[in-house]
Design a protein around this ligand. Structure first.
Ligand code: BT5
Length: 249
């Protein structure tokens, strides 16, 4: 497949017409010591979600992965996922979509009648490599359904084009996304306030599946480095990772 190089300040760009997974390519670059390059593809043949789930990635979407090496202990890496969610939300809003964040990593158009609380516009897959006290790299992979027909996507998904009625300028969205991501990761203290502002999850009754079981309660806040704070029947609980479902109001 054709590879083109360019740049979108502050990152270099490596563009592929088609690729297996931009995350795999960004990991390969990071392993070779190359961080700060955004790998962008028009289409992915082996797009991945979290926990080995598939990510549908037909032509017309935005698929971008960037490896960074922030000065963070691995336990604080979730803040980078939250930064990416804010950046994606801002890039989607910039083209007119009513984007909000579902904890931790989904960007959706809220719809109280929809399963899980909304229709999913975008997802984020963060992968990392590190020692005990410092990450060596974090790859943040972002998929945004831009000019994709929702019929080509799993149920519960939508696209920027469907949500706005307009054909989307993908380079504009990608540029806004990368600029915002860079600003937010350079100022980590700005991430949580921005995330709270854009959240669909805060104030909702939710059910979170974690590796140790499910927790149900009202989501009341998000705490550094990205934990969801719930009021449950048994008091306050904090969950650092899991799958979150918005229960119907
Ligand atoms: C995610 O996983 O939401 C993370 C998706 C990250 C994709 C990007 S694309 C660029 C980079 N390269 C990759 O290979 N991956 C990253 P998760 O929370 O596990 O959600 C996955 C679930 O979302 C699936 O099981 C489906 O139910 C649903 N899904 C799959 N494709 C979708 C799509 N295009 N739009 C909306 N929902 C989708």
């Amino acid at each position: 497949a054709a590879i083109q190089y360019g740049s979108t300040a502050p990152y270099g760009i490596e563009f592929h017409d088609t690729i297996n997974s931009t995350n795999d390519r960004a990991r390969e670059l990071a392993d070779a010591g190359n961080t700060g390059i955004a790998v962008v593809a028009d289409e992915q043949t082996g797009g991945r979600g979290r926990l080995d789930r598939d990510w549908a990635a037909p032509a017309g979407g935005i698929y971008v992965s960037v490896a960074i090496s922030p000065d963070l202990p691995p336990a604080q890496a979730p803040i980078v996922t939250l930064a990416a969610a804010v950046a994606v939300t801002d890039a989607c809003r910039d083209v007119g979509a009513d984007a909000h964040i579902k904890w931790p990593n989904d960007v959706l158009v809220p719809d109280p009648t929809a399963e899980r609380g909304g229709t999913k516009l975008a997802g984020i897959l963060t992968e990392m490599q590190g020692e005990a006290d410092r990450v060596s790299w974090i790859v943040v992979g972002i998929g945004i359904n831009a000019n994709v027909d929702p019929d080509a996507l799993p149920p519960g998904a939508t696209s920027l084009r469907a949500a706005t009625g307009d054909r989307i300028d993908r380079s504009r969205v990608t540029r806004t996304l990368l600029e915002r991501f860079h600003e937010l990761t350079a100022a980590p203290e700005s991430v949580l306030p921005a995330w709270r502002d854009r959240a669909a999850t805060i104030g909702r009754d939710v059910r979170v599946e974690t590796t140790t079981g499910a927790v149900e309660g009202t989501a009341v806040d998000v705490e550094f480095p990205g934990a969801l704070v719930l009021e449950t029947d048994d008091g306050t609980e904090t969950v650092l990772s899991g799958d979150c479902e918005h229960l119907r109001p």
